[in-house]
Design a protein around this ligand. Sequence first.
Ligand code: DX5
Ligand code: ZN
Length: 225
Amino acid sequence: MTLPIRIAPSVLAADFSRLGEEVRDVVEAGADWVHLDIMDGHFVPNISFGPDVIKALRPHTKAIFDCHLMIAPVDPYLEAFAKAGCDSITVHAEAGPHLHRSLQTIRALGKKVGVTLNPATPLSVLENVLDDIDLILIMSVNPGFGGQKFIPAMLDKIAATKAMIGHRPIEIEVDGGITADTIGAAAKVGANVFVAGSAIFGMGDRTAYRTEIATLRRNAETART
Ligand code: DX5
Ligand code: ZN
C-alpha cells in the first residue's frame, strides 16, 4: 500500500520565542504534519517542552500534530498529550517494559498510534504489535538533538519495515538528518513521512520554508517513481 508523501517539520529547530507564528508559517508554506519532539532529560540527554506548550500551539493551526515522545516512563503522560491536542502519539519501544499497554492506551484515547525505534533497536520488537499501530517511526539519528547526520544503515531498516508491514496501511516515518540530499534514498526504500527540523526551520523565514518544503517533496516523489 502506497501512502502519500508527507513533510513533517520538527519545531525543535524553530524560534521558540515565537512558536505559534512559526507553526502557522510552516503550515502555510506547505507542511503536511507538524512534528512535536518531547524530551525529558532522562530517556534522552536533552529537555524540550511539554503538553502545555502543545495546548498553546493548538489554536494556531488545524494541521496534524504528530507527537514524538522521547520520555520514560511514558504511560503516566499519554492522557495529558492527548488532551493537549496531539493527533498521533508515538512512543519509543525502549521507553518501558509494556509497549502493548502503551499502544492500547493511545488507541483508547482516540489518537493515531505510533511506535518508534532507536537506531540500534531491531525491528523484531514490532512483529507482535503490527495490527495495533498506525505509524512506525524509524529514527535515523540517536534521539535527543536536531542537526545530526543521517545514519545510512537505517535505509536497510526502512526497507525491512516496508516488507514487514505487507498490505497494512501503516505510515513509515523517518526522523533525523533528513535534507534535500538524504530524503530521496529514504523515500525510495519505502518511507512516506519525513521529519525535517534544521533543513526547514534553519532556512530562517517563511519564503525559504516554502522553497525547502517543495524541494523535499519533489525529491521524495522523484525517488519513488
Ligand atoms: C531528534 C528529533 C528530531 C529532530 C530532527 O531527537 O526526534 O525530530 O528534531 O532534526 P533534524 O531534522 O535537524 O535532524
Ligand atoms: Zn522527532
